[in-house]
Design a protein around this ligand. Structure first.
Ligand SMILES: [Zn+2]
Length: 181
């Protein structure tokens, strides 16, 4: 399939409303293959379809963060069932904000449901890193972004960094030990 360009902030396409998937066909399978190729090429741990300019309710997470397997976990038309009470603050990166990291406080547990590539529903009790990755990607589906968690000073520095990167025009590949979704 194909590696697609990643949409970077402040591109307004990242704020588009995402649409539910209604037919689980070849188009969706091909889109997921492209998403996977793009995620791997960018060394991401997760990616949402809106990050390659497709405003559909789809994201995936690199399965190797939770279990030792190659294929990604795919979430289509997902919904949060419940969020845990215990919070943890950690730095998060995002493929749409290369080299930017923001401290975000999130619930450590999430009970989540979604559909797979065949349109079958499943639910998942996620903790720690997977719970954080799910919440980060879920935010993408609602147009919420890393910068929305930053204070005014940090926002200004993010704006400067992104202006520089978008001017350079080079495709950034993460070499940081931080996690990018
Ligand atoms: Zn992201």
């Amino acid at each position: 399939m194909a590696i697609r360009p990643i949409v970077k902030w402040p591109d307004p396409r990242l704020r588009q409303e995402t649409k539910q998937v209604t037919s689980f066909d070849e188009t969706i399978r091909n889109l997921c293959k492209d998403l996977e190729d793009t995620m791997i090429a960018a060394k991401g741990l997760g990616i949402a379809a809106i990050q390659i300019g497709v405003p559909k309710s789809i994201f995936m997470i690199d399965a190797s963060i939770v279990e030792n397997r190659d294929n990604p976990l795919i979430f289509i038309n997902p919904e949060i069932i419940t969020l845990g009470d215990e919070l943890e603050e950690l730095e998060e990166g995002c493929l749409s904000f290369p080299s930017v990291y923001v401290k975000i406080k999130r619930p450590m547990d999430v009970h989540y449901k979604a559909m797979d590539l065949e349109g079958n529903s499943f639910d998942i009790e996620a903790t720690d890193m997977l719970a954080r990755a799910i919440q980060h990607e879920h935010d993408h589906l609602t147009g919420k972004l890393l910068v929305d968690f930053a204070g005014p000073l940090k926002t200004r520095s993010i704006r400067r960094t992104m202006k520089q990167l978008n001017t350079d025009g080079t495709e950034y590949i993460s070499t940081s030990p931080h996690e990018n979704y």
